[in-house]
Ligand binder design. Structure first.
Ligand code: HEM
Length: 157
């Protein structure tokens, strides 16, 4: 079971770029469409669903990692000590809970946008909720340049 851990870790690390590219380009398109008072087209709906799909796939990989990772296992079995260790606490608590929060924001944005009465309002709702979710995700990624919890930008399989 643990032998798939490095593979899932590399997949989770790489998939982050796919999530971010789709997420950022979709938000840019929503902003452009709104600014130019365009209709909410099937392409926009497809992009909205693709953001959710790629993000939730990443969350699923994250949950699998949470079960397999020696870091999170240490966190769960030595909670009282581990909660004071920044790197361990980051993966055991902060990263996972913030990403779940971002996922909830995506869901709220998606559901609210469905009930919007105009296309302008639909874009606005998506920009607000998806924008907040993106900010939460960006601030919770263990970036290579982060002085707090640094992980490589690219991991080989
Ligand atoms: C419910 C959601 C998530 C959970 C439970 C989760 C869980 C984890 C865990 C446990 C690790 C550490 C694995 C280890 O080093 O042993 C990790 C690493 C990481 N996560 Fe997540 N994650 C989630 C969502 C996300 C999302 C949405 C992104 C980015 C879009 C992301 C990006 C990363 C990155 C870049 C790493 C470092 C990977 C590496 O060390 O190469 N995670 N995640």
């Amino acid at each position: 079971m643990t032998s798939i851990y490095p593979f899932i870790l590399a997949l989770h690390s790489t998939w982050r770029w796919i999530v971010l590219i789709i997420f950022i380009s979709s938000l840019l398109r929503f902003a452009y469409q709104k600014k130019n008072r365009r209709r909410f087209t099937p392409t926009d709906n497809f992009l909205k669903n693709t953001v959710i799909f790629t993000f939730y796939t990443q969350a699923l990989l994250g949950i699998i990692l949470y079960i397999l990772s020696p870091i999170t296992q240490y966190f769960l079995t030595h909670f009282n000590t581990a909660v004071h260790l920044r790197q361990i606490r980051f993966f055991g608590m902060e990263h996972s809970s913030m990403m779940i929060l971002a996922g909830i924001f995506l869901l709220i944005g998606s559901l609210k946008s469905k009930n919007a009465d105009t296309d302008d309002r639909r874009f606005k709702i998506l920009l607000i909720w998806f924008g907040l979710a993106l900010l939460i995700a960006l601030s919770s990624i263990p970036w290579e340049f982060s002085p707090l919890t640094s992980r490589p930008s690219f991991r080989s399989f």
